[in-house]
Design a protein around this ligand. Structure first.
Ligand code: ADP
Length: 590
């Protein structure tokens, strides 16, 4: 079973999938194929530069032989001039080759990053929640950074090294195949050392990345839940966990460092051996009169010249290994399957029905135990009950955020999870306390709900939520940059933007999860008007902590222990004298 299927959504596995070797190769192949012409250009230019670089040792060899045989000053000057010419050609061509390589690296990286953003922003929410945001954050930051370095510099560099080493070997054998045989002495130790290393490096770097993802997850959780941590005195437990995560990261990092510490001296020796072998073997061949001192000198220079690219190549193979691991994690995000498949059925009405709905965040631990409720079009249903009873979970089921583990939630006879996401949001939407203002213009923030919405429609939506006034007063109106680094919006304004988005989405059913409870009461009163404008004419499920909202609702559902224990109009429930009546009395008394 591949890594991708092992962590497919729907199982209890925590982390997002990691692409297997085959998938990574396919991605790299696809990227390279789409830049074929650029790659060929880079290879040709670097080949020209490498050939120009080979002229030096070759001319030096000729020089030695000619001086030994006795030559003229004019000939010496001629060789020197050609040498200078070769150096100039090498420098100029290298400049253009480098430029082309850099542009290639930047383009490939930009494409990768855009592709990643595209998939990351379309991940099913249920999958991200299961995997924890730490994993996704680690992939967006650590892994993309690792890729950045390798793609920008590594890929062009490896290409250059391979071309240079190949051409230098060819030039050596052309100069004198017998002397060039000495260069092969360096090959077995390099192959053995690199193979030994690469076999251990992949699991080592995978472990390192996973360890950092865990550290990230713990830190993100600690920051997001700082207040809870303080309130419950969980600080020392959290510190212990972080220390554990860090020692794992340290161990993983030490292991890969140990690998490098053994590889580098081995390579150093192998690279130093080749020129020495060429000279010793060549000297013997000269003594046997089968070659010239010049040829031996040329090949010794070549052997020496190859040391740099060989080292560079191994260094980048190592970095590319790291990048391949990072790429596997980045590509893995794209392997997350949808948590729903559109059946193509069209809802026959606006009626939302939950039938025997069960849900388990963790397999075998149901938090909803068969909840059934039919929403009447246009009604307002308040959901009340103790904390942890399953109210929010029920809300998420009714809004189609998660596919239920058992039972169905349908709209007009079609299961919510059989609708494409865009279609679903036009039917039922969930409104929570989290209102993020995205970096971009105010218009773009609103158009997230409806990409094709006209400027007029945007103003109407703002008007509907009582936000036209402040929006018109912004420096550039709808074109004002908002979000991080842009024009600051107050929390109430951010919430109004979210509500205006709902107006644009125009769903017939809204699930409100304590939408206004976190705001200060003055802002809340003002917002309530905006909210009421949005609610009018729609079916509303309000998950309520404050019972006065329940009192205003058409019906009240009491959720307790993952079940609806009572449901009916406020007055009837109070008269029935059950759990709700008790809650209501205690709330009034308080
Ligand atoms: P309520 O909204 O009534 O306070 P919830 O629906 O939030 O209740 O929670 C119901 C149960 O599900 C609780 O026991 C809670 O701990 C659990 N739960 C909620 N969200 C998650 C989650 N993301 N992962 C695991 N368990 C969860």
């Amino acid at each position: 079973m591949s890594a991708a299927t092992a962590t497919a959504p729907g199982t209890t596995a925590k982390q997002l999938p990691i692409a297997d070797r085959h998938e990574v190769k396919r991605t790299v192949g696809r990227l390279f194929r789409s830049h074929r012409a650029q790659l060929a250009g880079i290879a040709v230019l670097h080949s020209v530069a490498a050939v120009a670089g080979l002229a030096g040792p070759f001319l030096m060899g000729r020089f030695i032989d000619e001086v030994t045989a006795g030559t003229t000053l004019a000939r010496v000057n001629q060789i020197a001039l050609i040498l200078v010419g070769a150096v100039v050609v090498q420098a100029v061509v290298t400049r253009f080759a480098q430029r082309l390589s850099m542009v290639f690296g930047e383009q490939v990286f930009a494409e990768l990053r855009e592709e990643f953003m595209h998939t990351a922003t379309r991940l099913p929410l249920s999958v991200v929640e299961k995997a924890g945001t730490g994993d996704l954050v680690a992939r967006t930051t650590n892994d993309v950074n690792k890729l950045q370095h390798a793609v920008r510099f590594g890929v062009p560099r490896v290409l250059v090294c391979v071309v240079t080493i190949g051409l230098t070997l060819v030039a050596s054998f052309l100069t004198d195949p017998l002397v060039a045989l000495a260069l092969l002495v360096g090959v077995p130790p390099i192959v053995v050392a690199v193979r030994w290393y690469l076999r251990r490096a992949t699991p080592g770097y995978l472990r390192e990345s996973a360890a950092y993802a865990t550290v990230n997850g713990t830190i993100t959780e600690a920051v997001e839940g700082a207040r809870t941590t303080d309130a419950l005195w969980l600080g020392s437990r959290l510190r212990r966990r972080l220390r554990g995560d860090l020692s794992e990261a340290f161990a993983a990092e030490s292991y890969t460092l140990g690998l490098r510490l053994r590889l580098i001296p081995a390579l150093d020796t192998a690279v130093a051996v080749a020129p020495v072998a060429a000279i010793v073997w060549g000297a013997w061949l000269v003594s046997q009169d089968v070659t010239t001192v010049g040829a031996v000198a040329t090949i010794a220079f070549y052997a020496h010249q190859m040391g740099g690219p060989v080292f560079d190549l191994v260094f980048w193979l190592d970095e590319l290994q790291v990048a391949a691991v990072a790429l596997a994690r980045v590509v893995g995000v794209g392997l997350v399957g949808p948590d729903r498949t559109a059946s193509g059925e069209v809802p026959a009405s606006d009626e939302v029905r939950a039938h025997e709905v069960r849900y388990a965040y963790r397999e075998g631990h149901d938090v909803l135990h068969g909840v059934s409720v039919d929403l009447r079009p246009g009604e307002r249903l308040a959901v009340v009950g103790p904390s942890g009873a399953g109210k929010s979970t029920l809300g998420r089921m009714l809004a189609g955020i998660h596919p239920p583990t058992g039972g169905t939630v349908t709209v007009g006879g079609v299961p919510l999870v059989d609708l494409p996401l865009e279609e679903l949001r036009g039917q039922v939407a969930l409104v929570t306390q989290e209102h993020h203002v995205f970096v971009g213009t105010l218009a773009e923030n609103l158009q997230l709900a409806d990409t094709g919405a006209s400027e007029e429609a945007l103003w109407e939506a703002l008007e509907a939520v009582d936000a036209r006034g402040w929006a018109a007063a912004l420096p550039s109106g709808l074109a004002t940059e908002v979000g991080s680094g842009g024009h600051p919006l107050s929390p109430a304004q951010a919430q109004q933007v979210a509500l205006a988005r709902l107006v644009l989405l125009d769903p017939h059913t809204l699930v409100l999860d304590e939408a206004t409870s976190l705001l200060d009461p003055r802002a809340a009163r003002h917002l309530e008007r905006s909210l009421n404008a949005v609610l009018t004419g729609r079916t509303v499920v309000a998950i309520a902590h404050r019972l006065h909202t329940a009192h205003d609702a058409d019906r009240v559902a009491v959720v307790d222990g993952g079940r609806i224990t009572e449901i009916g109009p406020h007055d009837e429930l109070v008269a029935a004298g059950g759990e709700y009546a008790r809650l209501w009395r205690s709330w009034q008394a308080g």
